[in-house]
Design a protein around this ligand. Structure first.
Ligand code: ADE
Ligand code: ZN
Length: 336
């Protein structure tokens, strides 16, 4: 069997997915119409044509503009449900979703409506699609830590719906250490911790995420490979890196998919796995990301199996759920 097909049909987890980055232009237009919001684009085609980025910031500018049509609880439900139906089609059986509350509350949207709509869709996905999930609240790192602390306070009534906190948005100039206080609070509350690091920022930012924030996972982590000591440390700690190949290509973190570092990561003993990041903006959901690296790098079967296994090993599932998911994957792999 062709390895892209093998990966496509395999049960898998996705651990790096911004729900606002799954907003397809068709749904964006429909929501803009029903909410009476004007988008600065005349058509779906015009929106897609604007998805041509030369760095992270160019993407973020359009990403924040897109989310401006999300206003009420049902909008967040519809957005999340649309992603979950794509995930189900890609045989995702467990997903860990990021959301950016500050992108909404700063526009006057209620925190309760944001988290309420997302959580209701995640509950329905468990019942109707058999997809389990975790929810990770991200802080926007281009804003001051005081804003992140205010968001942490606003989240207190909803902590039972939140499994972890993360750090995203413009990386360079906003090191992880800027968010030490708010991450310490989240750790004290028993939440899981993740941070985007080493996407555009230097290896020092990955060290800071580990040592100053005490993260449980690194999102992206590509530039870790520039520091041998860091690679050895990440490998020894079995620190999961949530890698996003199509995102890396679209945001010019790599110039060509044939230069993508995923094989180097595996050969260096890193616990790397594959994700879609912002699938609507970067040209594909998780299976398209597997296919892109399998084809460009001619990955072998053992490498593909490792990536699939790592998707569950790096997840924040409890031990029993993780063991069950891994045996489901092993059963699949032994039959193909
Ligand atoms: N927000 C959404 N996608 C992101 C990415 N790839 N890096 C940083 N912030 C993001
Ligand atoms: Zn991301």
């Amino acid at each position: 069997m062709n390895l892209s097909t093998l990966a496509a049909n395999a049960p898998k987890a996705e651990l790096h997915l911004h729900i606002e980055g799954s907003f397809e232009p068709e749904l964006m237009f429909e929501m803009a119409r029903r909410n009476g919001v004007k988008l600065p684009f005349a058509s779906v085609e015009e929106i897609r044509a604007a998805y041509d980025f030369s760095n992270l910031q160019e993407f973020l500018d359009i990403y924040y503009q897109g989310m401006s049509v999300l206003l009420c609880e049902q909008d967040f439900y519809d957005l999340t449900w649309a992603y979950l139906t794509h995930a189900a089609a890609d045989h995702v059986i467990h997903t860990e979703i990021f959301f950016d509350p500050q992108g909404h509350t700063e526009r006057g949207v209620e925190f309760a409506d944001v988290i309420g709509g997302i959580s209701r869709a995640l509950g329905d996905a468990k019942d109707q699609l058999g997809i389990s999930s975790k929810l990770i609240m991200c802080f926007l790192r281009h804003l001051p830590e005081e804003d992140a602390l205010a968001t942490w306070n606003a989240a207190q009534p909803f902590l039972s719906m939140i499994d972890g906190v993360g750090l995203d948005s413009s990386e360079v100039g906003h090191p992880p250490s800027k968010f030490k206080k708010v991450f310490a609070k989240a750790k004290a509350a028993g939440l899981q911790l993740v941070a985007h690091a080493g996407e555009e920022g230097p290896p020092e930012y990955v060290w800071e995420a580990l040592n100053e924030l005490q993260v449980d996972r690194i999102d992206h982590g590509n530039r870790s490979l520039e520091d041998d000591k860091l690679v050895a440390h990440l490998a020894k700690a079995s620190m999961c890196l949530t890698v996003c190949p199509l995102s890396n290509l679209k945001l010019c973190v790599v110039d060509d998919m044939r230069e993508h570092p995923i094989r180097n990561m595996l050969e260096s003993g890193l616990l790397a796995m594959i994700n879609s990041d912002d699938p609507s903006y970067f040209g594909g959901y998780v299976n398209a990301n597997y296919a892109a690296v399998i084809e460009a790098l001619d990955l072998n079967r053992s490498e593909v199996e490792t990536l699939l296994r790592n998707s569950f090993i790096g997840a924040f599932m409890d031990d029993a759920a993780k063991a069950q998911a891994l045996s489901k994957l092993d059963a699949y792999l032994s039959g193909v």
